[in-house]
Write a protein that binds this ligand. Structure first.
Ligand code: ADP
Length: 398
């Protein structure tokens, strides 16, 4: 079966067509600048990417452009749309309602709308993508895969904030966590590679990309994670501050006569390693700047590493031990220096990194010595494959 995986944002739509037997993408691509002018970048497997400047006034036009590219005589990878057996949609927030992936029907769409308040930037965009596919591919089963679902196993003590309880009762303010599809995929794969029984193991996943989060996965279930009600909490990220003293918000507002919206924008878009360094949100730029003597870039990297190591330590405490620590996402998969620096703080766990094994990019590997008490691994994440797998399981099992 061929599965179309859709990740729909407010002005972009990423897609992959995945063959469920080989589990390889037949084509990947992105529609950008939807509602502005429009651009489609389409890459058939093992071929060069093609860029089309195409009017994309709305998401329906974007889905139509994707379907045309997939069936195109020149750059297409299928003969007809009938070959697409199902569509898997990434949905950011499933609230407490969705603890796993589900087949999309009208009732599910209403329930996703019910979570819009919790992810006002993401869920409405995800729903627009679902609606566009429904119109253009009527009758093709669709599945929603939630970023929050994997973390729904967190115990109350991990998801509760120390606020008056009425805010949970009234508004469901609690920790939800994100990147769940990645934490789930990567932790299970790490258990396989490390020869651990997933359902009897303690694994810490460091998903370090532009957005970054750590999770504690015990016996195959998420028991804690660093992102919270929103993806702003936790680690220092590319442009997000992560944890700060909440009183800083009022302090800056008063000092600089700024609005709440303005300060939230500052914390989401102008902080993190970008704000601290004044250089970039990309660690490749930070390393280049640090190498040429930029102290702010050095400091930003050091604070990021220190904070990440502290989170890992706290999750060792939360699970009373750890069998494996896994690095994934852009930075975790590619940057040996960051992995080494984080693990330098974890020597007390008996972790010994093998520099040669650590000298890799974007491939599955154990990077500790054979004598290391805890295994450290690199496992490239593959959220699209995880979405395709869930989609097949639900649709075929229907
Ligand atoms: P997201 O999906 O959250 O946008 P990614 O997982 O693609 O982010 O990660 C992007 C980040 O990964 C970049 O901002 C950069 O900091 C880091 N990164 C990617 N490739 C490399 C590399 N080769 N070396 C160091 N850092 C890298």
């Amino acid at each position: 079966m061929k599965i179309l995986v859709i990740n729909c944002g407010s002005s972009s739509l990423k897609y992959q067509l995945i063959d469920s037997i080989t589990e390889k993408p037949l084509a990947v691509g992105i529609c950008e600048r939807i509602g502005i002018d429009g651009r489609l970048v389409h890459t058939p497997a093992e071929k060069d990417k093609l860029v089309f400047d195409k009017a994309l006034p709305n998401h329906e036009a974007a889905v139509q452009a994707v379907l045309s590219a997939l069936t195109d005589k020149e750059c297409g990878v299928i003969d007809s749309l009938e070959e697409i057996g199902a569509v898997g949609h990434r949905v950011v927030h499933g609230g407490e309602r969705f603890t796993k992936s589900v087949i999309i029907d009208d009732e599910v769409i209403e329930a996703i709308k019910g979570c819009n308040d919790l992810a006002p930037l993401h869920n409405p965009a995800n729903l627009i993508g679902i609606d566009a596919c429904k119109k253009l591919m009527p009758g093709v089963p669709m599945v929603a895969v939630f970023d929050t679902a994997f973390h729904q196993t967190m115990p109350k003590k991990a998801y509760t904030y120390a606020l008056p309880f009425e805010y949970y009762d009234k508004y469901k303010i609690r920790r939800y966590g994100f990147h769940g599809t990645s934490h789930s995929y990567v932790s299970e794969r790490a258990a396989e590679i490390a020869g651990l029984d997933y359902h009897n193991s303690k694994i810490i996943v460091c998903h370090l990309g532009n957005g970054a989060s750590v999770s504690a996965v015990k016996n195959g279930e998420s028991v804690d994670t660093s992102m919270g009600l929103t993806p702003l909490e936790g680690l220092i990220m590319g442009t997000r501050s992560g944890d700060i003293d909440p009183a800083i918000i009022e302090f800056i507002a008063k000092k600089e006569h700024r609005t709440l919206d303005d300060i939230m924008n500052l914390l989401n878009k102008k902080s993190g390693v970008y704000g601290m360094s004044g250089v970039s949100s990309d660690f490749r730029d930070l390393e280049a700047a640090a190498d040429s003597g930029n102290q702010h870039a050095k400091d930003a990297t050091e604070v990021f590493v220190y904070k990440t190591a502290k989170y890992v330590g706290s999750y060792v405490a939360a699970m009373n031990g750890v069998d494996a620590i896994v690095f994934t996402a852009g930075l975790g998969e590619n940057d040996k220096h960051i992995r080494q620096s984080i693990c330098d703080y974890l020597g007390y766990l008996g972790i010994v990194i093998d520099p040669e094994r650590n000298n890799i990019r974007s491939k599955e590997a154990v990077i500790t010595t054979d004598h290391s008490k805890v295994k450290v691994l690199v496992v490239p994440t593959n959220e699209e494959l995880a979405i395709a797998r869930d989609t097949v399981e639900l649709v075929v099992g229907k």
